[in-house]
Design a binder for this molecule. Sequence first.
Ligand SMILES: [Zn+2]
Length: 151
Amino acid sequence: MRIYRKEDFNERDFWKIFCMGFGPGETMEDVKRKQEKLLEESGVKPLAETDKAIECGDTISIHGKLYFVAVGGKSKCVVRDIDHISKFPETYEGCDHLYCPYCGEMVEDVFELPDNGTHRCEKCGSLFRFEKECIIEYNSYPVEAATIKEI
Ligand SMILES: [Zn+2]
């Protein structure tokens, strides 16, 4: 298993290589061959190689540095740098955004999440519990003052 680091690719090459679709009549082997060619042309060398099984979503350590497996495969995978995973995770309450207590990463697409539950961080792979609090606010706008009857 060859391990590539996402940060070593420029964005365009990365998408071209790892999000490649099948052309008309192409087999899996054709796509793999094209992918290998593009990988070679990109000049990016693997960060490491291993015999160990690595899957998308794993958190791995290479020489003490942490990485999150963002793209998995049979013969190669792509990892992203993890700055840190806190041994003393923070609790975030009353925030405008949802943050991972372990690495501090802001969760995107929160509108897809239910009102509460658990979420696995896409940056570091840690699991945390969350609650969505909706604060109801009221607004008022003048329309017409009451008519006062003189008695
Ligand atoms: Zn995290």
